[in-house]
Structure formats: C-alpha cells, structure tokens
Ligand binder design. Structure first.
Ligand code: GLA
Length: 381
C-alpha cells in the first residue's frame, strides 16, 4: 500500500496534517510458545508493514478508517471491544495507554498494510505497534519501547481476547534489518543476533488460516500453568517452565495428565533448542540448525499439538527434497506458514516439486511469502 494512497484517503476524510507511521510483522527463527513461559525467543521484524496516518483531533473520539476493510469506525476510550473486529487493536492500545497513566485524546487515523492475515506473521501486533508508536511520538509521551510492547500485549489480552506472550509486539517495536532479537521474555533483556548472510530461508503458506487458534492458544497456556503448579509444589524454585529441567518434569510425571506432561516436555526441550540453535547459527552450522528446526516441528506437532495436516505435509515433503536443512511450522500454529532453512542448491525445481505435490493432495498451491528482514516500528520515511 503506497503512502500516497493512505495520505489521499486521510486528506479526503479527515483533512491535512497527519503523520505516517509503519510497524512490521515478524518471523520467528526458533523458540515457539516459549514467550509466555518466560523463556527465550528469536524473532526478526520483516519488510511487510501496517502503515497508519495519525493525527490527534482535539475531541474524545477516535475515528479510524481501514482501507483494507473499507470501513470507518468511531470509538471512544470507554467502548468495549466488538467481537473479532480490526478496530479492537486500535481501541485497545489507546485505552491501555490511558490505563497506564497517559492522557490520550481522540485522534483520526487511516490504516492499511501488506502483511498477510492468518499467516502467522503477526499482523495484529503490527497494528498495535503502529498505533502505539504513532501516539507516543505525536503526543510526546516518551514511553520506552519495551513498555510500549507491554501496553500492546495488554491490548491483545484485553481487547482481542488472546492471552499472547510478548514476542510479536516486542519484535515489531524493536526489530532491526538483518538482525534477529534474542529476547529473554522473563526480564525483557535482549541482544541483537546477526542472521548469517549464508542462511537462506523460505516461508511457505499452508493456506490454512488459524481460526481455532485463539481458544486453543489459551488452552495451551493454561496447560503449561497447570504443569508449573505441580512442579512448583515439589520444587519451589520453579516459577515457570523456563526454570524446569526434564528430570524434574519426570519426577512429577505421575501427578500430571499425559497432555500436561507433553506440553511441558515440549516447552522445556524448546528452551534448550533456542540456545543450541543460536550457537549453531553463529558457527554457520546450518546442518545442526536444520535438525533443531525439525525437532521443534516434531514437538509442536506431536507434544504441543498445534500443527495441522497441511503444515505436517509441507514439512515432510520439503525434507524429502533433500535440499532443505530443516523446516517447521512458525508462529502460534493451527495454520499459517512453514519456515524452511534451505541448502545452497535449493532451486526453483525443488520449490515446484513441493508446490506440485502439495497441490496433488490438497488441491491448491502453497504460496511463497517473500520476505526479508525489515526495520522496527517508526515514522515512515
Ligand atoms: C503467537 C503469540 C506469541 C507466541 C507465538 C508462539 O504468535 O502472539 O506471543 O506465543 O504465538 O510462539
């Protein structure tokens, strides 16, 4: 979506004088479903964005127009969220900023974006982040970005009803080109992690939009908490799955349902994989990095049960080409994309083979989502 189009639409509806901001979606290299378990993740912001032209309007009303949904809404900070509506993210951020003690006046905004929805690339976090950064800048609130990420996360919890971790909002607000963010979700300390130039990545969209995801996501989070409660009773130092070892988990196995045991096992193993994966990438050891991605997929599919037939098929046939180091579903799961780490000799031929085999089984082609890393939320230049 071009800046001109947004600007023209803004001028037509709300007059002149708005400022254009943008916030990116994200990929995540490894560390899935670990963020709300207070552990590590490795996301990177991408060059697909939600853009918003914003201007305070000296009233108590928020007027928001979405070009992509061709819909204008009027909101005020005391409104309750509407079921599954795009405006919840805007209302949520403004209301959560206010709740955090900042005075938020009404504003006008026009939004549009090119992050595919339901692909696991965090278009909703990008919408939250663009509003947060815009209001922070225009109202000169000077809220640090880490705090903005928490405000956006609260908006997602309380206005979109998804009890998400902090990864997506943090990545959208803190991302940098060519870097992943090695983020400790307990302390919110982080380092930028250079993505090796030699690594080739491919995102393939299963075509399945994660619909069931929200309630299932909450269930997974809850099952992890049940596990922590039992672990904590025996090992008081365990405050989250980040603190637990497999040995400790086995020690309380009889007190857990199989499901809770499996969920915890996946998370504890994934925590270890993040560190090993970072080490492997630092040494340009793509062979090992690929194996870890495959292990993550197996865990997400068999233990955490957030995969689906289409994603499993995509991972399996990618590996069968023998030109891929590793592949896994990316993001919350139940649909969306696979992330593939490609060997040097992966070519169009293998891509067509994967697409053709998928189409033969499911009747449509999985699309390539072509992304690079991109910069974090900012004024659009
Ligand atoms: C979604 C959530 C994130 C994270 C991932 C899974 O994207 O918004 O907080 O939990 O799923 O890693």
């Amino acid at each position: 979506m071009s800046a001109e189009k947004i600007h023209t639409e803004f001028a037509k509806r709300f007059g002149m004088g708005g400022t254009l901001f943008q916030a990116p979606g994200r990929i995540n290299l490894i560390g899935e479903h670990t963020d709300y378990n207070q552990s590590w993740v490795l996301p990177a912001s991408i060059n697909r964005y939600i853009s918003a032209e914003i201007k305070p309007n000296n009233t108590q009303t928020i007027r928001a127009y979405s070009i992509d949904f061709d819909e204008e809404v009027q909101l005020n900070l005391h409104d309750l969220p509407k079921k599954n509506h795009w405006s919840n993210y805007i209302l949520g951020v403004a209301a959560e900023m206010q709740r955090a003690g900042y005075s938020i006046p009404g504003f006008d905004c026009v939004i549009s974006g090119d992050i595919p929805q339901g692909a696991g690339l965090s278009s909703s976090a990008a919408l939250e982040a663009v509003i947060a950064v815009g209001l922070n800048d225009l109202l000169q609130l000077h809220i640090p970005r880490e705090k903005l990420a928490q405000i956006c996360q609260s908006a997602e919890h309380n206005y979109a009803g998804v009890p998400c971790g902090i990864m997506d909002q943090f990545a959208s607000l803190m991302g940098k080109e060519n870097q992943a963010i090695q983020l400790d979700c307990r302390t919110l300390t982080y380092t930028y992690f250079p993505i090796p130039e030699g690594a080739r990545w491919l995102l393939l969209h299963s075509g399945v939009k994660h619909k069931l995801a929200d309630s299932e996501y909450g269930k997974r989070r809850n099952e992890c908490e049940q596990g922590v409660e039992v672990l904590n009773a025996q090992f008081p130092e365990i405050k989250s799955l980040r603190d637990a070892s497999l040995q400790q988990l086995h020690a309380v196995k009889v007190k857990l349902t199989d499901t809770v045991f499996n969920r915890c096992k996946y998370v504890i193993e994934e925590n270890e994989r993040v560190a090993l994966f970072c080490q492997a990438l630092q040494q340009n050891d793509f062979e090992t990095a690929g194996k870890l991605l495959n292990q993550t997929h197996a865990g997400l599919s068999e233990l955490y049960e957030v995969s689906c037939e289409e994603l499993n098929f995509l991972v399996r046939i990618a590996m069968e080409t023998r030109h891929v180091y590793g592949a896994r579903l990316m993001g919350g799961g139940f649909g969306g994309c696979t992330l593939n780490l490609l060997k040097e000799d992966f070519s169009e031929k293998q891509l067509h083979e994967i697409q053709q085999r998928f189409e033969n089984t499911f009747g449509y082609k999985p699309l390539v989502i072509d992304v690079k890393t991109g910069k974090g939320a900012s004024v659009k230049d």
